[in-house]
Write a protein that binds this ligand. Structure first.
Ligand code: SAH
Ligand code: TRP
Length: 334
């Protein structure tokens, strides 16, 4: 009595592996050393997302100006059953999974179809991966979660081998945060996670009226501005730097030639900030800008071209009536 007979549980519902131990600090240090000594200063966007950054991003998703999240959710709600049938997926691998808020729509449909077995979230933010794993095994009885804490640009090889038909999801328009060349290279890496019967579900923001785009990245409440400045707080904390975030103004502009939004931080005055951990000082002229992100906007031709260059073929183009956002489905080209 009370003694468990038989074999230990065949598999724990949650398994989490981290590939960041120490190397995440190194990568921030390298990015700061490299990016803040260039003639045009630049930092990669992954450093926005500490726990405060993740909270601010959640607030962005709720903003009236930021149509992307609710539009993508609506498309998912309308097409999830169709996607479940089309893919018959046992598992969902999600890159940049965050809180997995929209993901539940897809998990619901896969569960209703009776195929759902495993969810594999991949994110740099440890608390996100752990938090969503715990919530999801409660919400979906029988689901196993294999979480991968890591940088999706460096650690995709740690995504476990597929156990059956798989969907790889990359939602939220995050694909737009890669410049065009790296975007194609990254899509090719994603292709390695897919077998011939598997599918890629890729959410992308579409080209539209520049005023609508501009507002989405420069909201009236200033949440996006605070999110943008958060990267300086991360640098201050992790590398003992002395930036005053208030010395920087949030800039979001639509580059009509490239059809991407650029996010920058512009120094309001001339300043020099010490970065103790790197034993260096960073100088900004008054008005000098630091680029923190691009967010490329897509047409069907552009996305199809990128996918084709990465060895994938577009099969479905699921969009909303106003064509604000697309959920594209593709698979490895025959
Ligand atoms: N998929 C969610 C969240 C999008 S925000 C949505 O659609 O709303 C982008 C997410 O990607 C964040 O959770 C962030 O932590 C993660 N992320 C950003 N850069 C990353 C990188 N290089 N490697 C892994 N995750 C990354
Ligand atoms: N992937 C999101 C996007 O490009 C990330 C994002 C939204 C973002 N708003 C932002 C990043 C503001 C930096 C600043 O839309």
């Amino acid at each position: 009595m009370g003694v468990q007979q038989g074999p230990a549980p065949a598999c724990q519902p949650i398994r989490i592996e981290s590939h960041l131990d120490g190397s995440s600090d190194r990568s921030l240090a390298e990015d700061v050393l490299d990016g803040l000594t260039r003639p045009f200063k630049e930092l990669p966007p992954k450093h926005f997302y500490d726990s405060r950054g993740a909270d601010l991003f959640d607030q962005i998703c709720e903003l009236p100006e930021y149509y992307q999240t609710r539009t993508e959710r609506t498309i998912l709600e309308e097409r999830a059953d169709e996607l479940a049938e089309l893919t018959a997926a046992n598992e969902l691998v999600e890159l940049g999974s965050g809180t997995a808020a929209k993901t539940r729509v897809l998990l619901d449909a896969l569960q209703a179809a009776g195929t759902l077995e495993r969810y594999v979230p991949v994110d740099v933010t440890e608390s996100m991966v752990r938090g969503c794993a715990e919530a999801l095994v409660e919400e979906y009885p029988g689901l196993t979660v294999h979480g991968v804490i890591g940088d999706f640009e460096r650690h995709l090889a740690h995504v476990p081998v597929a156990q059956g038909p798989r969907i790889v999801a990359f939602l939220g328009g995050t694909i737009g945060n890669f410049p065009p060349g790296s975007r194609r290279r990254f899509l090719r890496e994603i292709g390695r996670l897919l077998g011939p019967e598997d599918h890629l579900l890729l959410g992308a923001d579409l080209v539209k009226d520049p005023r609508v785009l501009q507002a989405a990245y420069d909201d009236s409440r200033g949440v996006t501005a605070e999110f943008n400045r958060n990267v300086l707080r991360v640098v201050n904390r992790e590398l003992q730097a002395e930036f005053d975030p208030e010395d920087f103004e949030h800039v979001a502009l639509f580059d009509e030639h490239h059809e991407w939004i650029e996010m920058r931080l512009r120094a309001r005055r001339e300043l020099t900030a010490r970065v103790s951990a790197l034993d260096m000082c960073v100088h900004f002229d008054a008005g000098e800008e630091l680029r923190t992100e691009i967010s490329a906007k897509f047409t069907r031709e552009r996305l199809q071209g990128d996918l084709a260059a990465a060895g994938m073929e577009l099969t479905h183009w699921l969009t909303d009536p106003d064509e604000l956002f697309v959920l594209s489905v593709s698979r490895p080209a025959a």
